[in-house]
Write a protein that binds this ligand. Sequence first.
Ligand code: COI
Length: 366
Amino acid sequence: MGQSITFKKADHLKEKPGSAKLGFGKLFTDYMFEMDYSTEKGWHDARIVPYGPIKLDPAATIFHYGQEVFEGLKAYRTEDKRVLLFRPDKNMARMNQSCDRLNIPKIDEKFVIKAIKKLVAIEEAWIPSEPGQSLYIRPFIIGTDAALGVHPSATYKLLIILSPVGAYFGNSMSPVKIYVEDEFVRAVKGGVGYAKTAGNYAASLKAQTKSEELGFDQVLWLDGVEHKYIEEVGSMNIFFKIDDEVWTPALNGSILPGVTRASVIELLKKWGIKVKEKKVSVNKLFKKAEKQKLKEVFGTGTAAVISPVGFLKWEDHVIKVANGKTGKLSQKLYDTITGIQSGKIEDKLGWTQEVKLQKEKEAVAK
Ligand code: COI
């Protein structure tokens, strides 16, 4: 693994978007991180270079067999102008789990966190400071061998790109409408459902389009074998408040182990709320709703943060949750997580890591 990170200065810098409404993942900063892998050299040639197109052979394995993994995390600006990352160690550990499943050589987690910090420090001016805004960090690895045989690539590229973002859904705390998908499935146990890999999202697009055409925001996936048990939503994990308990589908090999999911479970337990990670059947959930026991539903994710769910549709059944409004617990979780991320709430759990802006920038200048 290369120890030093080189820096190539851009000729021109782009205009920053200011505090305008940013949306999600549409703008990209001036620089990106790049690093290559070969069997002989391992991960090498770590560099920060101007953001731009990359050149790949048309036969590269990524184009044909989708050998790819990715991550999503964010850098947050605090009121006193510091910059924090939220649990980057968890993202990097998950990236290596995904690499393992996709037969991609593992990364040095600490080194990639160092690369993220350096890139974020260089791009500090792109970190938005309005409430709900942040700098989204997307590390990803692709197989680059020019070869059409179905084999793991011998060469790879790791890239990290940055995007200033606002809410993933139009308005961060307006409840979303979710459609329970009963025809298509996302993943099965033994497959790649727990890995953060492009194919899982490609497989979701047809159902996502269908749900949007029907007037919904996202799809709720059921298990791939029996179509009975709830797994996750398009871009987030899912939680249900049933009376005074909170239920979430147990990780079973086909569900993404979300960093926000894990953080929410820790917070709820700390607050003395009973959390059950269990198999949740859609039938049972709708029965609980009929009996007025389903009090709140919310999704969790890096992009989605905490997204309250206001409506759920499954076959002919429709549930309006919490009167279509944001529930108290969803709001408390949103305030606490975003409070810790933005430094407004003291981080007693050691979840944030500060990007030492001056130190990182000086190291690049040398
Ligand atoms: C994230 O929450 O970071 C994700 O990667 C979800 C989605 C945007 C694909």
